[in-house]
Design a protein around this ligand. Structure first.
Ligand SMILES: Cc1cc2nc3c(=O)[nH]c(=O)nc-3n(C[C@H](O)[C@H](O)[C@H](O)COP(=O)(O)OP(=O)(O)OC[C@H]3O[C@@H](n4cnc5c(N)ncnc54)[C@H](O)[C@@H]3O)c2cc1C
Ligand SMILES: NC(=O)c1ccc[n+]([C@@H]2O[C@H](COP(=O)([O-])OP(=O)(O)OC[C@H]3O[C@@H](n4cnc5c(N)ncnc54)[C@H](OP(=O)(O)O)[C@@H]3O)[C@@H](O)[C@H]2O)c1
Length: 649
């Protein structure tokens, strides 16, 4: 009998886990609370009071290139943009799902409420997991029109609604009607009034119906085995609803893939309770229009902060960007038009860290000059923190539309904020771009993840995957690489599937795992500045190679140099795209050499030096154009999705 596996979540990580488990012959069921796959990449126009899973804003474009974001055996179509808008990623995940026929294994609209060790009649652990799910009921199409405003007076996003008011945890509060006016605030200003009272056109695919009566969606108070009572009583009605909605399953293994970019991390600034303007977290930010003509404070200069500050600055009267640490800002494309993550080659990776820092910081300097002039230069080295990939924010600072400030010290009144340098400013709205908390409310985070404080992102997982005391559970995607999460999650999934199917070496005993977790943490603390956003940070190539060793799929460079110099050169000097890990080992993919060659199209030295036409005349094949003559596997047909495709929209 194949072992039964539950995969929790059908985002990129869950899909990879599902696919890899099936490839290893396991019997898998995947649960997702949403009606569709894609997780974070399924854009949801947040509605008043909703708290959707996705943190995407309408304009999100990936900050990792499509080559570095792709799964190892499923390249992104060639005619899609290198830095794809989010809808392409959603479409790509859908195509992955179709290609590997995953959908039939996914139960949608099933929220996981509880995952506990299964007990037998004697109260002993059976070694399996009991998973409790609840059906999520959805409302039909709703069109909500605010009575005060006419829809034709509003900025509209293809009929989608700005998410600026509401009771969600991420919209902390919106302006109170009786609040004193803010600087530059004119209640007579119709633009501002309109932007805070948006017409809400509701997307039918979104939104949850509240849990049925008697069901608390926090599992601790959920009574799934309540005793039966007279059929007509309210309690009985509730019970029957409960039984319809709640289902228990038993599994040998559980793989948690529920993401870590959905629960807002909120700072606790002194005096914030006095602030009367709009406070929102980037998790619920969708479009900039509600901030038209306002003075907006953006807190945090990570990728969300930099992008949202840039976008809002085109509409707001002024954006103030507050950063407590500064950040290295890297452009999306760099020298010779190379996507910046294409610099992440094995050669670059082999450079000692101080030298790599010097090279990367010099590159930033070459592009932007000294970041101190923008107020953004950090004290740490480049590789000590998650970088901010953004090609536009500095231009907005140069234009005076974004003004950089240090951290917020306190809110001093209903509309004034004081920074740690003593300067004060009046603001109408605050957008917290302060990152996310790791939260898995359906399991005992302390016992399983070693999460000792509720507010801490520090988790104790062996190689960022396996809980020390629960060898039949794994976390996939619970990692923050310097680069794309998706191929990293896939690599984790490959290892997990092989461990659970008994094909990989067994995990070490718990004591040894604990020692390794502790040692890894010591090394981690040497590498990264201590911040909650870095607790699960890993360096892309180091970590991919480390996990690939467990899978048995690290590319053998020595053998490659002996058999195919061009492919070897691409693997050594080109971007470390995940296709490299399908050249050999379990479930190798014959399309890998072609996919690697395509990923190297920008590193084509002949093209860069402008000699390609000469080379073509002389019949020399360049690195990015084809490796067919060199690679034994490259004659394989391309996967279907590599053919030209319509736009995902
Ligand atoms: C604004 C933004 C932009 C980003 N851009 C990039 C980028 O360019 N490149 C990149 O590599 N990464 C990017 N990321 C990181 C992103 O998190 C990953 O790309 C990826 O989406 C992670 O996939 P995941 O499957 O681990 O998590 P998610 O995509 O979050 O999926 C988790 C799934 O679990 C489900 N789920 C959660 N809880 C439950 C429950 N209790 N019961 C049932 N189902 C549940 C959710 O519904 C969801 O479908 C970005 C993140 C943000 C916030
Ligand atoms: N286009 C894209 O592809 C895109 C866009 C957005 C986000 N993302 C990804 O999404 C993930 C999350 O990014 P994010 O920017 O939302 O979060 P993040 O990387 O965690 O950054 C949070 C920012 O908020 C600051 N911060 C946190 N707590 C604070 C506090 N109490 N006071 C003051 N400042 C505080 C942090 O400063 P410190 O450095 O001092 O901690 C940091 O600048 C990342 O993987 C990112 O790459 C991608």
């Amino acid at each position: 009998m194949p072992k039964r596996v539950a995969v929790l979540g059908a985002g990129a990580s869950g899909l990879a886990a599902l696919k890899e488990c099936l490839a290893e012959g396991l019997d898998v069921v995947c649960f997702d609370q949403e009606p569709q796959l894609g997780g974070l990449w399924r854009y949801v126009p947040a509605r008043d009071g909703d708290d959707p899973h996705s943190s995407l804003y309408e304009s999100t474009v990936i900050n990792t290139s499509k080559d570095m974001l792709a799964f190892s055996d499923f390249p992104v179509p060639k005619d899609w943009p290198t830095f794809m808008p989010h809808r392409f990623v959603a479409k790509y995940l859908q195509m992955y799902c179709e290609h590997f026929q995953l959908k039939k294994h996914i139960k949608f609209n099933r929220k996981v409420l509880n995952v506990v060790p299964e007990m037998d009649a004697n109260g002993e652990h059976t070694g399996r997991w009991e998973v409790t799910t609840q059906r999520v009921r959805r409302k039909g199409p709703v069109r909500m029109l605010s009575p005060q405003v006419r829809s034709d007076t509003l900025p509209r996003e293809r009929g989608r609604s700005p998410p600026m008011t509401g009771a969600s945890s991420a919209v902390i509060k919106s302006r109170e009607p009786d609040a004193p006016p803010s600087p530059g605030d004119a209640d007579a200003n119709p633009a501002r009034k309109r932007s805070l009272s948006p017409v809400q056109v509701y997307d039918p695919a979104q939104g949850y119906e509240p849990a049925p009566p008697g069901i608390d969606s926090s599992f601790s108070s959920l009574n799934i085995s309540s005793s039966s009572s007279p059929a007509k009583s309210l309690a009985a009605d509730q019970q029957s609803i409960t039984q319809q909605c709640i289902k228990n399953y038993t599994f040998d293994f559980v793989i948690v893939c529920t993401g870590h970019h959905w629960k807002p991390r909120l700072p606790d600034f002194e005096g914030v309770e006095n602030f009367r303007g709009t406070l929102v977290h980037s998790h619920l930010y969708r479009v900039p229009y509600p901030f038209k003509d306002q003075r907006v404070l953006v807190v945090g200069a990570g990728n969300s902060g930099a992008e949202i500050a840039t976008e809002v600055s085109h509409h707001a009267s002024q954006v103030l960007l507050s950063t407590r640490t500064g950040t290295w800002i890297v452009p999306k494309t760099t020298v010779f038009g190379l996507p910046v993550d294409h610099l992440s080659s094995r050669v670059m990776h082999a450079i000692p860290r101080p030298l790599a820092n010097f090279a990367l910081e010099s590159l930033v300097h070459l592009h932007h000059g000294d970041l101190s002039k923008y107020g953004l230069k950090p004290n740490h080295s480049f590789t000590q923190a998650h970088p901010t990939v953004n090609g536009e924010i500095l231009g907005r600072i140069e234009a005076g539309k974004v003004v950089v400030h240090p951290n917020v010290a306190r809110f001093t009144s209903h509309n004034m904020v004081e920074f740690v340098d003593g300067k004060t400013a009046g603001v109408d709205a605050v957008i917290y771009c302060t990152g996310y908390k790791i939260e898995n409310p359906f399991l005992d985070a302390r016992a399983i993840l070693g999460q000792e404080e509720a507010n801490s992102n520090r988790v104790r997982l062996y190689k960022h995957i396996f809980p020390i005391n629960h060898r039949n559970m794994a976390f996939v995607g619970m990692v923050q690489p310097t680069g794309s999460i998706i191929p990293v999650a896939e690599m984790q999934a490959r290892w997990v599937a092989r461990v659970f199917s008994g094909k990989a070496d067994p995990l070490p005993p718990p004591a040894e795992m604990r020692d390794i977790v502790d040692k890894d943490w010591v090394e981690h603390c040497k590498q990264y500045i201590p911040r909650e956003r870095h607790t699960i940070q890993v360096e892309f190539v180091t970590y991919m190679d480390e996990i690939a060793k467990f899978v048995g799929c690290v590319p053998d460079l020595w053998r490659l140099w002996k058999t195919s110099w061009l492919l070897a050169a691409q693997v050594t000097f080109g971007p470390t795209a995940a296709f490299q890990y399908r050249l050999e080992g379990p479930n190798a993919w014959e399309g890998a050499p072609d996919a690697i060659a395509y990923a190297c199209r920008e590193v084509d030295l002949l093209k860069i030096s402008g000699l390609s036409s000469l080379a073509a005349a002389a019949g020399v094949t360049s690195a990015g154009s084809s490796s067919r003559s060199q690679s034994p596997r490259s004659r394989a047909p391309q996967s279907p999705q590599q053919q030209s495709l319509p736009s995902p929209r």
